[in-house]
Each structure stands twice: as C-alpha cells, then as structure tokens.
Design a protein around this ligand. Structure first.
Ligand code: NAP
Length: 184
C-alpha cells in the first residue's frame, strides 16, 4: 500500500541546506557509486514526489532536474504556478490548495508505490505537523554545516514518536529509517 515517506539528506547538526540553499555536500553520496543501492531502492519504490516551490525553483534554475533518476510526477506546493513551463522532461503539477490536497493528489498518482516528500524543510515540516507522514528516511551526512535551513523545527508542541526500522551505514552517509508510531 502507498506510504508517505519523508526522505531527505541532513547534516549531523540538522540542516538540509546552507542559509542560501547551498547544497553543502549533502547530496554527494546520492551521486557516488556507494549510494547506488539506496538510490535504486528509492527509485523503485517511489510513485510520486512532493516538493516545495523553493526546491522547485532551485532545481529548475540548476537545469530542470535533469540529474534526477525519478521519472515520476512531481507535485509542487505553491501559492501560484510559474508563468513559464518547467525546463526539461520532468512532469510537474502545481498545487495551490494546501498540503493535505498536495499529499492526496500525490497519493493518487503514486498508486501502490510511495509518495516521497523530498523537501524542502517547509514542506516536510507541514507534512509532519499535519500527521501526514508514515515513515521518515534521513540520509545522515557526517558534516556540521553550522548554519542553514533546519529540518526538524516548527513542528508544534506535541511529541512525534518514532520507531527505528532500519540503519544502513555506507561511505559518506548513514541511512536512518523510522516509522511514525504516535503523535500528540
Ligand atoms: N537535503 C535535502 O534532501 C533537500 C531536499 C530538497 C530540498 N532541499 C533544500 O531545501 C531548500 C528549500 O527548503 P525551504 O523549506 O526553504 O522551501 P520549500 O519547502 O522547498 O518551499 C517553500 C515554498 O513553497 C511554497 N509553500 C510552502 N507551503 C505552502 C502552502 N501551504 N501553500 C502554498 N504554498 C506553499 C511557498 O512558495 P510560494 O509562496 O513562492 O509559492 C514557500 O515559500 C532548498 O535550498 C533545497 O535545496 C534539500
């Protein structure tokens, strides 16, 4: 059955990007031979991807997601669709009526496969806060960025309980998988 999986790379001190969206080396593992198994598994299991408008704009600026192996529909949460079409071959759907609607639409597109909440931080936080996430996969990168965009903040006051379901250590990254077990 389709699950909603928050799936992001994070530095040891909790950032998903530098202050101005710099990559900070957080995706080096993704493009290295050592990351191939994890990437292949993710591509096989992912039926749709949900991202925020800043992540979309950055990807579009950097070449239209041409480097991405995920040939599935990307849902972009935004207050208004861009005026010009996206660069490249990737399929994008712009959703302007909120996070629940974006997740619902992504689930329909994903079918039996997962919806990957691929960032940025704002989208991930809204999904967590609204109780829409079934699993979290953090690709923990051994670097201390010192400052930047934090993943786990603005989540409200309630505890979100997690069960560790998998830990895979690889060169330059540790893949941590959690199931969300309780909220409130
Ligand atoms: N480490 C990783 O795995 C990873 C993965 C992906 C991205 N990133 C990084 O994350 C950074 C971006 O993260 P971010 O948190 O700043 O931004 P984001 O989540 O990508 O996008 C935020 C934007 O999405 C739109 N939005 C958000 N919630 C909305 C809502 N409820 N309704 C309508 N529109 C909404 C707004 O844009 P508008 O008002 O303009 O429409 C908002 O400014 C980038 O630097 C990117 O490189 C890292």
């Amino acid at each position: 059955m389709s699950k909603v999986l928050l799936d992001m790379s994070m530095s040891l001190d909790g950032f998903v990007a530098g202050p101005n969206g710099e990559d900070g080396g957080l995706h080096d593992w993704f493009f290295s031979p050592a990351g191939a198994e994890a990437v292949d598994e993710s591509v096989r299991n992912t039926g749709a991807i949900l991202i925020g408008r800043r992540t979309y704009d950055q990807g579009d600026r950097l070449g239209g997601f041409a480097h991405s192996p995920y040939a599935v529909e990307h849902f972009v949460l935004t207050h208004g669709a861009p005026e010009r079409p996206a660069r490249g071959e990737m399929r994008f759907t712009f959703v302007t009526d909120g996070i629940e609607s974006a997740v619902e639409r992504a689930k329909v597109a994903a079918g039996e496969r997962n919806v990957a909440v691929g960032g940025g931080a704002s989208i991930a936080q809204q999904c967590l806060k609204a109780g829409l996430v079934d699993e979290i996969q953090v690709h923990l990168v051994p670097a201390l960025l010192g400052r930047g965009i934090r993943l786990f903040e603005h989540l409200g006051d309630g505890k979100i309980g997690l069960e560790t379901t998998r830990v895979v250590d690889a060169p330059g990254v540790t893949h941590l998988m959690y199931r969300v077990v309780e909220e409130g």
